[in-house]
Design a protein around this ligand. Sequence first.
Ligand code: 6PG
Length: 238
Amino acid sequence: MNKTVEVLPDQSALVARSLELILSKLETAIGQRGRFTIALSGGSTPKPLYEAIAAEKLPWDKIYVFWGDERYVPPDHPDSNELMARRAWLDRVDIPAANIHAIPTLEGDPAASATKYEQHLQEFFNSSPGEFPALDVALQGMGDDGHTASLFPHTEALKVSDRLITVGNKDGNPRITFTYPFINSARSVIFVVAGANKRPALAQVFAPVADDSTYPSRLIQPQGELWWLLDAEAGLEL
Ligand code: 6PG
């Protein structure tokens, strides 16, 4: 694993640096493989980054978008990560609809939706059960409890290591989420984290010794590159 931690002076510097890094991974991927695959994070932090990506002139037909997790709500629901990314980025650019691989949430059964997305990913990457295909970029956020994607502290989702997708649980509400071995298979995992409220969890995530199931972001140890891009508010004590 190749780990890099960068603390940027403020929010706009964080967005600018995140954009720069993603564009460099995009260029490399398209140069080497003719396409770029990225899994998006949800929550509030990545929204200005998605708006910045939308303002770029990019080969949208070669860009394939997935989500690392989703709230179990319809795609037009205000809590939907898909909706946020569509409004901030995807609806503003000429990306083919077939390149957007949203997490299904309308099956009325989270386990069925998780299986459906897993099979969809296996088809896209032409991979078999038990194999972990490599996305070019897995974009991650971190909650102030140390969770990432929908891998919440002390939940069953943390124990899943033989699948790409599983059901997450946030205070009893179902989520659909990448498993940590699938995230760890990405060529580059990029955490974008902002705000003073994230400091206590960050201290535990970066501590030499701490409990992984209490701070699930500790489980993110990719074979490839690991990037932590933090604003000064978040990274002050590191
Ligand atoms: C989600 C996310 C989640 C998010 C963190 C941080 O669906 O909520 O994917 O993992 O990245 O909760 O969220 P904020 O950026 O809003 O602090």
